[in-house]
Ligand binder design. Structure first.
Ligand SMILES: Cc1cc2nc3c(=O)[nH]c(=O)nc-3n(C[C@H](O)[C@H](O)[C@H](O)COP(=O)(O)OP(=O)(O)OC[C@H]3O[C@@H](n4cnc5c(N)ncnc54)[C@H](O)[C@@H]3O)c2cc1C
Ligand code: SF4
Length: 469
């Protein structure tokens, strides 16, 4: 019997008044009974609009039918046929603007909770003690190097390992996972979940070498000389952007990237960890994306009494996931929308003491399809804060480009690729945030998959054929 409820089965979560003091995961996930009940809301549509809404093409109706009949492990196999990181995607993908946006049930009522079901299936697999059957082919004798272990590099590595390639990932940090470990906080994505999914890749034979900054320790050309027949560059967009306003050099101004990395990788939130991070009373976070929400909620958890999100458009135009905006509001973050910072003010010791903003109003629609914000003259005001976190986007780090001949970038510093993710240098492919600028986990994974297919074609047609002649 289908479930005709117009609403999703509610997912339990921690109470907002206690969770904003700790780093425990906020959303608690479905029980098997809840998952089966939610799965019964799916109509198993013949034309599968949800699948075309998924950048990696997960067979959504099939896995949901398997959940509805209680075949959770089969559902896991269906998902991992195309998605190497289901526990991650089930937690952080912007489903409301992808698969769930086009779900037929969303025409009248709420869409099927596709993300929640994906998360349930992945967690069920991790929590049951079944042996994992590794579905990779025998080794084919070819070597590929991946630079960067974010979702893009990991998904490319997984697909190539399954095809029989010897894959080595070179990662600059001491821990693999990219933004999944150093950006997104534990209360949204527990580090153990990422570690478990990476473990699955290692079981497929993928080798991960950490503390390897490519462009410093080894260059791309040296990797080629070492016998890697193709390289995938998935180095992300880790270079923070600033606003260029007065006062950004003051003590107490962070980029969101630095603030979150200090917390996530150096565990600044644990009392006995000796991590230098400011103990703030009042914090302004500038921006309206997921990164801004994460920084604001982290600041609250670090003990700040007041945390403000300063955003120049209004709430409806915030790029953050709806769920993250709701969670931030519930946790006591104050949203100051239609405000733009103009100056950061310091005290006599060079420390932040306030943020000067100007009020904004919305004008005509701009190229982004959103109403353009414009300043209301003489509406300046000050907010008293001791910390300012700038979260207005990031760009790719220029290191790889500047140390590799023949690798072209566009005017935003993003690597230029064709539709197969091939860069302007033969044998070198790229994808994820390094190509698009800051985007999403699933888009980065999708690019990694496209590149894996193209790398396989390249090695098989170009290199193997050349050797045969
Ligand atoms: C705080 C935060 C919250 C986010 N929240 C969400 C969300 O909720 N949902 C969502 O879909 N997306 C979210 N995103 C965006 C998403 O995480 C990124 O789009 C995604 O991680 C990009 O993947 P990637 O593999 O291209 O790069 P990254 O994840 O950035 O990984 C790149 C890796 O390459 C390594 N690297 C860089 N240079 C070198 C080098 N020279 N040598 C070796 N290694 C190198 C880096 O250390 C890093 O580990 C968020 C981003 C941030 C920062
Ligand atoms: S569009 Fe929605 S209802 Fe239809 S198959 Fe996909 S998840 Fe099920």
């Amino acid at each position: 019997m289908p479930n005709i409820s117009l609403k999703k089965v509610k997912m339990p979560e921690l109470v907002s008044t206690t969770r904003n003091t700790n780093y425990e995961e906020v959303s608690l996930g479905y029980s098997p009974e809840m998952a089966m009940e939610e799965a019964l809301r799916c109509l198993n549509c013949k034309h599968k609009p949800c699948v075309s809404g998924c950048p990696v093409g997960v067979n959504i109706p099939e896995f949901i039918q398997q959940v509805a009949s209680g075949d959770f492990l089969d559902a896991y196999d269906t998902i991992t046929g195309t998605n190497a990181l289901p526990a991650v995607c089930g937690r952080v993908c912007p489903q409301e603007s992808q698969c769930e946006e086009v779900c037929v049930r969303a025409i009248k009522g709420e869409s099927v909770g596709i993300g929640r079901l994906e998360r349930f299936v992945a967690d069920y697999k991790m929590n049951t003690d079944q042996d994992y059957e590794i579905k990779n082919k025998s080794k084919n004798g070819h070597k590929v190097a991946i630079v960067g272990s974010g979702p893009s590099g990991l998904s490319c590595a997984g697909d190539l390992a399954r095809l029989g390639y010897d894959v080595t990932i070179f990662e600059a940090f001491h821990t693999p996972g990219g933004v999944l470990v150093y950006g997104i906080p534990e209360f949204r994505l527990p580090k153990q979940i990422v570690a478990d999914e990476i473990e699955r890749l290692k079981e497929l034979g993928v080798e991960i070498k950490t503390n390897m900054v490519i462009g410093r320790v080894l260059s791309i050309d040296e990797l080629i000389e070492m016998g890697y027949e193709s390289i995938y560059v998935g180095t992300g967009a880790g270079l923070p952007r600033f606003m260029g306003i007065e006062g950004e050099e003051l003590v107490g101004v962070y980029s969101a990237n630095e603030y979150l990395t200090r917390i996530n990788l150096m565990k600044a939130y644990i009392e006995y960890y000796d991590t230098p991070i400011r103990k703030s009373k009042s914090v302004a976070v500038i921006g309206g994306g997921n990164v801004a929400m994460d920084a604001a909620r982290s600041a609250k958890r670090l003990g700040a009494e007041h945390v403000f999100i300063i955003y120049r458009r209004n709430r409806e135009q915030m790029p953050a996931r709806l769920e993250e905006i709701h969670h931030a509001e519930e946790e006591g973050i104050t949203f100051k929308v239609l405000n733009n910072p103009v100056k950061i003010l310091g005290d006599e010791n060079g420390q932040v003491r306030a943020l000067e903003c100007i009020k904004m109003e919305l004008g005509e629609v701009d190229a982004s399809g959103r109403p353009r914000p414009r300043a209301i003259e003489e509406s300046n005001f000050e907010i008293e804060v001791d910390t300012v976190i700038v979260s207005i986007g990031s760009s790719p780090n220029p290191l790889i480009k500047s140390t590799t001949d023949g690798l072209e970038t566009n005017n935003r510093g993003c690597l230029i690729v064709d539709e197969k993710m091939a860069t302007t240098k033969e044998g070198v492919y790229a994808g994820g945030d390094a190509v698009t600028g800051a985007a999403t986990v699933i888009n980065a994974m999708g690019a990694g998959k496209v590149a894996a297919k193209a790398i396989d074609e390249y090695i098989m047609s170009t290199i193997v054929n050349k050797k045969a002649i």
